[in-house]
Design a protein around this ligand. Structure first.
Ligand code: SAH
Length: 280
C-alpha cells in the first residue's frame, strides 16, 4: 500500500535558483520547482530553520513569500482515478483499483508537485490523440515525449503499445517525478526519462512525437529538421490563435492534420501525420 504522502504543503517562494541544492534538507523536504529565476521549495512541515540556513549559505537567494495549502488545493481538487480513452490513471494511494473495462490500460500515476495529473484538458486530449495515433498502421514503436512533467503521456504511450519511449523535461523535479512513475509501473525497460531541452531532443529519431508544451518552445521545436522526420505528431498546450499558426505551419511542412480537439473554447490539441514519407 502506498499512502498519499501529501497533506498540507509548506511552500517557500525564493528569488534565485539554488546552486547547489543542499544535500540534506531533512525528511520534510518534498522538492523544488524552479521557474525562470525563482524557486518554490515544498516541505510537508514548516521548515523555517532549513530555509534560513539555506539563505545564509547562498546569499544570492532571498525569500519572497511563504504559502500553505493542502495538496488537493495545489492540484486543483482531489486526485481521483480517471478513465480517458480507455486509459485509467490511478493514484497509487487509492486502493484497491477501481473496476475498469477488461481491455483498459491501467497506469499508476503519482503527480507529486508537477504538472500532469490528467485533469488538465490538454493532457486528457493528448491521451485521446495518442489513442488515435496508435490505431494507425504501422503503429508507432518509438515515441518522443517533450515536456513530460509527471511522465503521464510517456506512460500512456507505453500502455498503448509503445516499445521505446524517451521522456524529456527541463525541470529536475519533473524528471524525478516521471522517473518514479515509470518505476512504480515497472516500465523502466521501455521508458527512459532524461533532463534536457525539448529544442535539443527533437533531433532524436522517433515514429511519434508528443509535445504538450509552451507555444514558444513548440515553435522552436517545429523549426528543426528533426521535427520533419517524425511520422506522427501530437501537439498541445495551444491556445486557439496559436493552434491556427501551428496548423498552417504543419500544412506548409507537408503534414496532414488528422484531428483537432478543442476544449472549453480555449485549449487545442492537434494530431497530424507526415505526408512526405511513405509508411515503412
Ligand atoms: N506532458 C505533461 C506535462 C505538460 S507541462 C502533460 O501533458 O500533462 C509542460 C512541461 O514542459 C513542464 O513539466 C515543463 O517543465 C516542461 N518544459 C517547459 N519548457 C521546456 C523545454 N524547453 N524543454 C523541455 N521541457 C520543458
Amino acid at each position: 500500500m502506498y499512502d498519499n504522502p501529501y497533506g498540507i504543503l509548506h511552500i517557500y517562494y525564493l528569488s534565485g535558483r539554488l546552486a547547489p541544492e543542499p544535500e540534506d534538507f531533512g525528511g520534510a523536504y518534498l522538492g523544488n520547482w524552479e521557474e525562470d529565476d525563482t524557486s518554490f521549495l515544498f516541505f510537508s512541515r514548516p521548515a523555517p530553520e532549513s530555509v534560513d540556513a539555506l539563505l545564509a549559505a547562498q546569499p544570492h537567494l532571498s525569500l519572497i513569500d511563504t504559502f500553505q495549502m493542502s495538496y488537493d488545493q495545489w492540484q486543483g481538487g482531489a486526485i481521483e482515478p480517471q478513465a480517458i480513452a480507455g486509459v485509467v490513471l490511478q493514484p497509487p494511494w487509492v486502493d484497491p483499483p477501481p473496476a475498469s473495462a477488461p481491455d483498459a490500460v491501467v497506469l499508476k500515476l503519482d503527480p507529486g508537485l508537477v504538472f500532469g495529473n490528467g485533469t488538465h484538458p490538454t493532457t486528457a486530449d493528448c491521451i485521446r490523440a495518442l489513442k488515435a495515433a496508435f490505431s494507425r498502421k504501422p503503429a508507432p514503436e518509438t515515441i518522443l515525449d517533450l515536456g513530460t512533467g509527471t511522465g503521464v503521456l510517456a506512460l500512456a504511450a507505453a500502455g498503448l503499445g509503445g516499445r521505446r519511449i524517451l521522456a524529456v523535461d527541463l525541470n529536475p523535479l519533473a524528471t524525478r517525478t516521471a522517473h518514479r512513475n515509470i518505476a512504480i509501473n515497472e516500465l523502466s525497460d521501455r521508458v527512459l526519462v532524461v533532463r534536457g531541452r525539448a529544442e535539443t531532443f527533437i533531433e532524436t529519431s522517433a515514429d511519434l512525437l508528443v509535445a504538450n508544451i509552451h507555444f514558444a518552445v513548440l515553435q522552436e521545436v517545429m523549426a528543426s529538421t528533426g521535427f520533419d522526420r517524425k511520422r506522427q505528431v501530437v501537439l498541445s498546450g495551444l491556445l486557439r490563435s496559436e493552434a491556427r499558426t501551428v496548423e498552417n505551419e504543419l500544412l506548409r511542412r507537408d503534414f496532414r492534420i488528422r484531428q483537432v480537439w478543442r476544449r472549453d473554447g480555449t485549449w487545442c490539441t492537434i494530431h497530424a501525420t507526415s505526408g512526405a514519407k511513405p509508411p515503412l
